[in-house]
Ligand binder design. Structure first.
Ligand SMILES: [Fe+2]
Length: 394
């Protein structure tokens, strides 16, 4: 949940005449969710944001589930996805349900268009790369390890720095926020939470573009992409204030909570959505009871699917996992440490793991484009010396 923020020039009070140097009115715009009662911001544009020259439907984006071929644990290797394309338009869907979707992109080509996701909040985990997230709210520099929170409706564009970019994208039907238990009744992050407001980065520079012409916006809505041509540069805001804007939080600013014995995954919770949570597993000292078993015990995810993205090559409880791996442990069957890992973890002092976890409360579908990067042996990987597993038939 971001704090109140303001950039540029705004009038002393809301909804009063605020004039441009030429005497005309700036165009005031409220942006926020839940009608007029949720988090919102007021923006002041040189020109009205409504002057569209044309509208065209570009592409349907229906995601197809695979025929799972039997409920099982699954493993996908994002390192095998091809590099290329746009950070907003060339995203490979991997897992999805009605609440949350996970996609992956390895973009190489900067967008010329501006992008707005009108149907989902986006949490973009920057696994590799850096740059600047440009938006109508100003510039927000990003770097490796950042979660970028781009709430629905925010027009933006990635200005990528040279070098590889790997983006893990979550699309959330609901508003993504900090967990309620981390906030007091006044909205402030409480002592004991794994981060504080100082760790949230906000747009810091507002550049106002006073240009007319034809500017291409691509809007995602109704599971489709739509092209809008605006008659002026959309980043023409001279000032704004409020609590609805894109923000960033770096995974290395997450302060892990540790204990004498194994702490359950909720201590790693970072964000809350509707129907899912996102957690960060960061380098930390292990449990310090002399007989503690730091490896996680076997557990059944009753009422949730568990997805882990391995953001570094080291993760204690798995074999055969690589940087960029995604494991999916669905509701309906237990999972736990691989053979020998529980014993091996006893006495270990620390872990250097780095992983992003998403737990969904409703079952996830595997999207068909994830099938070519699936490791079909994963399902039998808990069987010591296990024989090769027959690949899925779907
Ligand atoms: Fe688990």
């Amino acid at each position: 949940m971001p704090v109140y923020h303001s950039l540029g020039t705004i009038p002393k009070k809301r909804h009063l005449a605020f004039r441009r140097p030429d005497g005309g009115l700036y165009a005031e715009q409220l942006m926020g969710n839940e009608g007029f009662t949720g988090p919102s911001s007021l923006l002041y544009h040189i020109r009205p944001p409504t002057t569209l020259l044309s509208v065209k439907k570009l592409q349907e984006l229906e995601w197809e589930p695979d025929d799972c071929g039997g409920l099982r644990h699954r493993h996908f290797r994002t390192a095998r996805l091809a590099e290329g394309g746009s950070p907003t338009l060339d995203r490979v869907p991997l897992l999805f349900n009605a609440d949350i979707a996970m996609l992956f992109a390895r973009p190489t080509v900067a967008d010329q268009h501006f992008y707005r996701n009108a149907q989902a909040d986006e949490v973009v985990y920057v696994s590799e790369g850096s740059g600047v997230l440009e938006s109508v709210y100003g510039d927000l520099p990003y770097r490796e390890g950042d979660y970028l929170l781009i709430h629905r409706g925010i027009l933006h564009r990635y200005r990528m720095s040279p070098g590889p970019q790997k983006l893990l994208i979550f699309e959330s039907r609901g508003y993504v926020r900090t967990p309620k238990r981390y906030r007091n009744e006044f909205g402030q992050i409480v002592e004991g939470a794994p981060y504080s407001e100082r760790d949230f980065r906000r747009p810091l520079e507002l550049e106002t573009h006073d240009e007319t012409g034809e500017f291409r916006l691509i809007v995602k809505q109704y599971n489709a992409l739509h092209e809008h041509i605006l008659d002026h540069h959309p980043f023409d805001v001279v000032g704004w204030d409020g609590m609805f804007y894109p923000w960033a939080f770096n995974i290395h600013d997450f302060e892990p909570i540790v204990g004498r014995v194994h702490q359950p995954p909720p201590v790693h919770q970072t964000f809350q959505g509707d129907g899912f949570v996102i957690c960060s597993f960061c380098p930390r000292p292990f449990d310090f009871h002399p007989e503690a078993v730091p490896a996680p015990y076997n557990h059944s995810n009753v009422d949730s699917d568990e997805v882990l993205y391995y953001a570094s090559s080291e993760f204690m409880s798995r074999k055969g996992i690589e940087y960029g791996s995604i494991t999916h442990h669905p509701d309906g069957l237990p999972h736990g440490p691989h053979p020998g890992r529980a014993e091996a973890s006893i006495g270990m002092k620390e872990t250097n793991e780095l992983a992003v976890m998403m737990d969904s409360f409703r079952p996830l579908h595997v999207a068909k484009p994830a099938m070519p990067i699936e490791d079909p042996t994963y399902q039998r990987s808990w069987v010591e010396g296990g024989a090769a597993f027959n690949p899925p038939t779907s």
